[in-house]
Design a protein around this ligand. Structure first.
Ligand SMILES: Nc1nc2c(c(=O)[nH]1)N[C@H]1C(S)=C(S)[C@@H](COP(=O)(O)OP(=O)(O)OC[C@H]3O[C@@H](n4cnc5c(=O)[nH]c(N)nc54)[C@H](O)[C@@H]3O)O[C@H]1N2
Ligand SMILES: Nc1nc2c(c(=O)[nH]1)N[C@H]1C(S)=C(S)[C@@H](COP(=O)(O)OP(=O)(O)OC[C@H]3O[C@@H](n4cnc5c(=O)[nH]c(N)nc54)[C@H](O)[C@@H]3O)O[C@H]1N2
Ligand SMILES: [Mo]
Length: 750
């Protein structure tokens, strides 16, 4: 706390964990790791510079071309004028009302995807959704960029909600440690990604667990394009991106021809193997899915495939699949096929065995906790029925009135006139940003709440300056973490920033819905109400939570919710008695063939998993753009957050592109070179790093740079989404296909 000067130290929480913050003269001056974190990360190091950065939005701002003549075309190039809050509120509320009157609430897009900041009450998406519901609703979005495709396919296979499977039914690290002999990680398990977790992860333990696994003689194999996707202690089996389904099919083929497939398990617990087998063996299409066949696709030698299949059958094996595999065209297939492969091994439902998803993707997966939810600010009811798959926003703007398929339904894209975004940066997260820039000109009006002048804020018509968590009070807690934080207000709002709640309260007042939105409560009142509701829920489960004044004075507590054993409730009981504890699928069993999906008649997602080549990948033999681009999450930050301050660091931008030595030599490139990464959709700059830890033919450029100039100009800081393709994973999932893109790389002179 106080140290004699006016320096104060408090602890706060964030998506990347808890950390100490030093405040002096209303400024954040330093951050330090939280003492209970065994493996803290450096993400908060940039916070003092970022929070007080010149790129903060200081005052409500309106784009000149919109203010003067409602011209949508200057988005991204026009200047802004600053207005007092009252005037900006008047203009925004009148415009929202005009759109509602003229076109109805179906013309308002409020999907507002994005991670915003941690903190239970000031959750930007809950705030914007509640506000829009109070005025009659909005077009919402389904799923996430993280797991949209998996959320569509996996309920057909196991019957449960995919995220519930990831968070509640999979084994915890301890169970894996104690039981698993072979860990086969498609896409790795990367401690870099485990730095973050929605709402926060306090004890970062993924790297520690993997080291313990290997020390315990577990065989851990990372399968994928980058060695760095798992800690050094793990083995690496290089494989081409987008090809995992072929490799999994070949592993299944070996199990089948060598009599290693568990037919008793398949008979008792699955449905449809008999309809999948002709495809696997090639009776139905003339192509056996043999290791020789797969080797040409995935780049893994046939002997290695035989060896791995035998090992998987003879040891207690857990297959894990990174979320990245389904962020690609036909991303449904490796997800479904991994479940089929695990079913053929016959170990599903045994501790430390079977198949799991998203270990390492976020720090919370693998923590075994007694489920304890709560402290969610109610969004109310949305009277508007239209919902789009979240990653289809570009198509929605481009093709109003056009029909499209989605998971068995035929839907129509609404005609959007107004977009309201709070807590996300689509000009970081969406694919094919040059195309989005064109589609973005279509709506009459775009309103954004944002702390910083991000690439999205610059493309809005009305920008309201939002506070960061350090400028307001909140409660920090994640359902996947066992710590609870009071997040004190550390500094006054920067500039004239206001929290999202007060921004929406201001609009609600002008639109006559303040009583619905605020229920007469201040932010502080709401925090008290939500906290007491949470305490009561916890008490029902016998978990003691301190009262709010106590939490405020303690700053944080650890909740006694760590579970000792496995939490695989539903697959374990299904294994014990599949008749009494059926899965919530149509057959009650694991669906290797799905009559439901088959009935949709999709050629890009059949009734059983299959190898469907992506449109852009190694095998498409594209001479102009021969390199497969993967665009993983950035290790040093969360998506595009704090980007403006990070970009100030000398040499930090453009972003680093990783390339193999042979690919670099063929292009006369070496480490440190400034390069142009390009394809027909766009181009960006990058700084080259030549490394033998990436597979030949693949290049990796992390996400996170802000999108620069509109149009075809080269993106300066290296945003990979100028290169990625904006196409759904399939008619079933309609997820984002970020990892399906081909590029070429050349040296940038001067
Ligand atoms: N090529 C490629 N693209 C990808 C991916 C990929 O793998 N490859 N991954 C995708 C995935 S999985 C995701 S989740 C997305 C992530 O994309 P986003 O979640 O959109 O990225 P963020 O940078 O976290 O955006 C959050 C924004 O909220 C703002 N913010 C923070 N706090 C507040 C607040 O209190 N109020 C308001 N109003 N705003 C606030 C931040 O300043 C920031 O601009 O990217 C996707 N895009
Ligand atoms: N530090 C940090 N951590 C984060 C985030 C962040 O912004 N910063 N974002 C968080 C979010 S929102 C999410 S959704 C998760 C995402 O978690 P993931 O989806 O697991 O993470 P990615 O970094 O997109 O991809 C992991 C690796 O998959 C590999 N890969 C790509 N395509 C393929 C493929 O077809 N096959 C195989 N076998 N491997 C492939 C790439 O080499 C890549 O490095 O990460 C979270 N963690
Ligand atoms: Mo994500």
């Amino acid at each position: 706390m106080a140290d004699g000067s006016n320096r104060q130290t408090r602890i706060t929480s964030s998506h990347w964990g808890a950390f100490e913050v030093d405040v002096e003269n209303d400024h954040i001056v330093a951050t330090r790791p939280f003492l209970c974190d065994p493996d803290p990360n450096g993400i908060p190091d940039i916070l003092p510079a970022a929070v007080h950065h010149r790129s903060r939005v200081a005052r409500p701002s309106i784009r000149c071309g919109w203010l003067e003549q409602r011209d949508p075309t200057g988005r991204g190039t026009d200047d802004f004028v600053e207005l007092p809050w009252d005037e900006a509120f008047d203009i925004a509320s009148q415009e929202i009302e005009r759109i509602r009157q003229a076109y109805g609430n179906e013309a308002i897009y409020g999907g507002s995807y994005g991670w915003a900041s941690a903190g239970r009450f000031h959750h930007a998406q809950s705030q914007v959704h509640r506000f829009l519901n109070c005025i009659g609703g909005y077009v919402a979005s389904f799923g996430s960029y993280s797991t949209g495709c998996a959320q569509a396919i996996m309920p057909h296979v196991f019957g449960v909600n995919f995220l519930t499977y990831c968070y509640e039914h999979q084994d915890g690290w301890q169970t894996i440690h104690d039981n698993t002999e072979t860990l086969v990680m498609f896409g790795g398990i990367n401690p870099k990604n485990s730095k973050v977790s929605m709402g926060g992860v306090t004890e970062h333990e993924t790297a520690g667990w993997l080291n313990r696994f290997v020390a315990n003689e577990m065989h851990c194999i990372n399968i994928g394009p980058q060695r760095t996707d798992a800690p050094d202690c793990c083995d690496w089996l290089p494989a081409r991106p987008g090809s995992d389904t072929a490799l999994m099919l070949a592993l299944a083929y070996v199990l089948q021809i060598e009599g290693l497939s568990d037919t008793d398990f398949l008979d008792r617990y699955t449905v449809g193997f008999d309809r999948f087998l002709p495809y696997l063996m090639g009776y139905s299409d003339g192509q056996p899915k043999s290791p020789d066949w797969a080797a040409a696709i995935c780049g893994v030698a046939p002997e290695k495939i035989f060896e791995l299949a035998r090992r998987m059958a003879k040891t207690r094996t857990l297959i894990t699949v990174a979320w990245s595999l389904q962020r690609a065209e036909h991303g449904e297939q490796p997800y479904w096929m991994s479940a089929v492969l695990a079913a053929m091994l016959g170990q599903i439902g045994l501790p430390g065995c079977g198949v799991g998803y998203g270990y390492g993707a976020i720090g919370g997966v693998g923590k075994s906790l007694i489920g304890l939810r709560g402290m969610t600010f109610s969004q109310g009811e949305n009277p508007v029925q239209a919902v789009i798959p979240v990653a289809r926003i570009g198509d929605m703007l481009r093709y109003p009135g056009q029909t499209y398929d989605f998971n068995g339904k035929r839907n129509t894209y609404p005609d959007i006139r107004l977009i309201y975004w709070a807590g996300g940066n689509p000009y970081h997260h969406h694919q094919d940003l040059n195309a989005l820039h064109d589609a973005w000109q279509k709506p009459d009006t775009i309103i954004v709440n944002e702390p910083w002048w991000t690439s999205t804020a610059k493309r809005a018509d009305i920008v309201f300056p939002a506070t960061t968590p350090y400028e307001r009070e909140d409660i920090g807690r994640s359902n996947l973490d066992d710590y609870l934080f009071h997040m004190p207000q550390l500094i006054p709002p920067v500039g004239e920033a206001r929290d999202d709640y007060s921004i929406f309260a201001g609009l609600a007042e002008r639109m006559g819905v303040a009583p619905d939105f605020t229920e007469g409560k201040s932010a502080e009142d709401w925090i008290g109400t939500l906290y007491e509701e949470f305490r009561a829920l916890a008490e029902d489960k016998g978990i003691e939570v301190p009262d709010l004044p106590t939490l405020k004075s303690e700053n944080w507590v650890r909740l006694p919710i760590l579970a000792n054993g496995p939490n695989r409730t539903f697959l374990a009981s299904f294994r014990v008695d599949p008749e009494r504890s059926p899965l919530p699928t149509p057959s009650g069993k694991i669906e290797i063939f799905s009559d439901t999906i088959h009935s949709f008649g999709y050629d890009d997602c059949l009734g059983h998993p299959a190898w469907l080549p992506p449109s852009e990948w190694f095998g498409s033999a594209n001479e102009k753009f021969p390199l497969h681009l993967v665009s993983p999450q950035p290790g040093d930050k969360l998506h595009s957050q704090f980007e403006s301050a990070l970009a100030d660091v000398a040499g930090a931008r453009p972003e680093t592109l990783v390339m193999s030595p042979d690919n670099a030599a063929a292009r006369g490139l070496s480490t440190g070179d400034l390069v142009r990464v390009f394809n027909a959709r766009g181009s960006c700059r990058a700084r080259l790093s030549v490394s033998d830890e990436i597979q030949s033919g693949v290049v990796a450029l992390p996400t996170g740079a802000w999108f620069g100039d509109p149009g075809g100009n080269i993106d300066q800081d290296g945003n990979p989404n100028v290169l990625t393709r904006d196409v759904g994973t399939s008619r079933l999932g309609q997820g984002c296909s970020a990892h399906t893109a081909l590029v070429e790389v050349s040296k940038l002179e001067g």
